[in-house]
Ligand binder design. Structure first.
Ligand code: ZN
Length: 181
């Protein structure tokens, strides 16, 4: 099924998410549904709180970038109980958007590379390094399971300039092509 996406202003986006037990009911189906929801919304990443679930799960699908970046064609991954435990000192800016904040796009500074432990959708453990666009998307989604959204990472001045737009989101004044809640 395709889930409606939770919009900025909901407390659901502000909670630190709980680890997922191996016997979590319907986990495979949930992962599949999140990929479906993500594709329908034409995004590259989706975290469980964005569909109203307070669990440490997010999915990344870089397919929309595959045309310009052949190495990303078919890059489709699920991350369960992820823990980022190392970040590069080197940082960079990248223009981010978020399905939960339709219409907002801002340059966000983040580390260029990370190391992370996680389980994949088959509950196999991984300890892996990420860089480039995947590292960017993963950090954005990881923020979601920690209760953070990308505008939290902007300077106070920049955030202040966006105050009106953020307020409109909380009031339901926005437009987008996918189902929201
Ligand atoms: Zn997001």
């Amino acid at each position: 099924m395709i889930y409606p996406i939770v919009i900025y202003g909901s407390q659901t986006l502000r909670q630190k998410c709980e680890p997922i037990a191996p016997d979590y009911p319907g986990l495979q189906q949930l992962v599949e549904d999140m990929f479906l929801t993500l594709r329908e919304a034409e995004g590259v990443g989706l975290a469980a709180p964005q569909i109203g679930k307070n669990i440490r799960l997010f999915v990344v699908d870089c397919t929309p970038w595959g045309e310009d970046n052949p190495e990303l064609a078919g890059y489709k991954r699920a991350f369960i109980n992820a823990e980022i435990y190392a970040c590069s000192e080197e940082t960079g800016l990248f223009n981010e958007g978020c399905l939960s904040l339709p219409g907002l796009h801002e340059d966000v500074r983040r580390p260029l590379a990370i190391r992370m432990r996680y389980l994949d959708e088959h509950l196999v453990e991984h300890d892996e390094a990420f860089e480039g666009l995947p590292a960017r998307v993963i950090q954005h989604e990881y923020d979601h399971i920690e209760g953070t959204v990308f505008t939290d990472r902007l300077s106070p001045l920049r955030r202040n300039l966006l105050r009106g737009k953020l307020l409109n989101l909380t009031k339901g004044k926005y437009s987008c092509s996918y189902k929201t809640r």
